[in-house]
Design a protein around this ligand. Structure first.
Ligand SMILES: Cc1cc2nc3c(=O)[nH]c(=O)nc-3n(C[C@H](O)[C@H](O)[C@H](O)COP(=O)(O)OP(=O)(O)OC[C@H]3O[C@@H](n4cnc5c(N)ncnc54)[C@H](O)[C@@H]3O)c2cc1C
Length: 369
């Protein structure tokens, strides 16, 4: 076992009335009554004990890129996950694999960049995604043909209901499309302390996503390196405002606001027929759909939104759809979470009226563990 980096032992400090908008990529929401920066596990347990003694609720935020902070803020202790550290296992029995255990508060894209630089394959297509390592298993982060569930072997979590730290095998996480048992199943409320990934040493990049394959081909990259794929994924993401940049007018968002609907084959056929009958799809350019797990069908939320009459860049007050694609809702500044949720509701209603499909929200409301 070789160790890279150490976790410093910090101390736990409670702050009062801390604005949470600065921690949310939407830049929305009220304040935390109490707030603590969690830089190591000692601070985490001190904070949990403090909250228990005070009798206040506890919530957790990390990169704030998939969370919606209510306007009223949080009447309890908000812990900001900022733990650091990484442990690398290059044992012989792993052969061409490497196991990396990463502290929950590490920045996800910094970790991806380090893996790509070391020639470790398996998460290169997940380049450019904001947020922390510890949040990636919550909704099984995925993009461009890879999902973290394909590389996570185990997690170390704090279970508040059992009051213990435990190792959880990836199979217990019930990973699915943008979902896991940590998000709304038996493990909901657990605090992820670290995540272990198994990556392939000197591995080839994954090129299974059509848009990525076409972009590589267009650049004449027939045998791309991990670095080529990382660079291209970031550039594709930038063209859709899916990388946060200060100078991007679409930057205040949580990325995709809605998940792609997973429906029965019968429902998909019904929606497809409706699209054909309205002239919104043809046999040559059919409605996009893909096979999903358990013989279900995945539809494109963006396609359905656009063809429900919602346009890119459409705006109501300080909220709008991204000018690059209709899946992201953008806060243009000076708005409120109430306005965001009202705007999202109108999109959901328009899709429901047009297609009989109820869109699900991807980001979660900040709430007590
Ligand atoms: C521009 C942009 C592009 C994006 N692109 C993608 C994409 O391509 N694919 C994708 O899947 N997602 C994408 N996202 C969503 C988001 O980046 C991911 O979901 C990310 O993993 C969230 O991490 P975070 O640290 O910001 O979590 P936060 O927003 O801070 O938290 C999200 C939820 O996870 C919980 N949580 C956070 N850390 C922990 C922990 N250690 N233990 C337990 N619970 C925890 C929080 O309590 C909250 O409920 C995008 C977001 C943006 C803004």
């Amino acid at each position: 076992m070789r160790y890279i980096g150490v976790q410093s032992m910090g101390s736990f400090v409670v702050q009062h009335d801390v604005a949470l908008a600065r921690l949310s990529t939407l830049e929305l929401g009220g304040s935390a009554r109490y707030f603590a920066e969690i830089t190591d596990e000692v601070a985490l347990f001190e904070a949990l004990t403090w909250a228990q003694v005070q009798g206040v609720a506890v919530a957790l935020i990390a990169g704030g890129s998939n969370v919606i902070v209510p306007d009223e803020g949080f009447d309890g202790l908000v812990m900001h996950m900022a733990t650091r550290g990484e442990r690398v296992d290059l044992s012989d029995h792993l052969q061409d694999k490497v196991r990396v255990t990463v502290a929950a508060g590490e920045v996800w894209d910094d970790f991806v960049a380090r893996c790509v630089a070391r020639g470790w394959a398996g998460i290169e297509c997940l380049s450019g995604i904001p947020g922390s390592v510890g949040a990636t298993p919550i909704q099984n982060v995925g993009a461009y043909g890879q999902e973290v569930s394909q590389r996570i072997t185990e997690l170390r979590v704090w279970s508040p209901s059992e009051q213990i730290i435990k190792q959880i095998d990836a199979s217990a996480c019930e990973f699915a499309y943008r979902d896991s048992a940590l998000k709304r199943g038996v493990l909901a409320g657990c605090i992820v302390l670290s995540v272990t990934f198994e990556l392939t040493r000197d591995g080839a990049p994954t090129v299974r996503y059509a848009e990525l394959a076409q972009a590589l081909a267009a650049r004449g990259l027939s045998e791309p390196t991990l670095a080529d794929v990382r660079a291209l994924v970031i550039s594709l993401r930038q063209s859709k405002s899916m990388v946060i940049r200060e100078d991007d007018p679409n930057r205040r968002s949580v990325g995709s606001f809605f998940t792609n609907p997973i429906v029965s084959p019968e429902k998909a056929a019904q929606v497809s027929m409706r699209a054909l009958s309205r002239g919104l799809a043809t046999t040559e350019r059919p409605m996009p759909q893909w096979l999903a797990a358990q013989e279900q069908v995945k539809l494109s939320a963006a396609w359905l939104i656009e063809r429900a009459g919602c346009a890119r860049g459409e705006r109501v007050g300080s909220m709008g759809l991204s000018s690059k694609h209709t899946l992201a809702i953008v806060h243009h500044g000076g708005g409120s979470t109430a306005e965001l949720l009202a705007f999202a509701s109108t999109v959901v209603s328009r899709v429901s009226d047009a297609w009989g499909i109820e869109l699900d929200r991807e980001p979660v409301l900040l709430r007590a563990l």
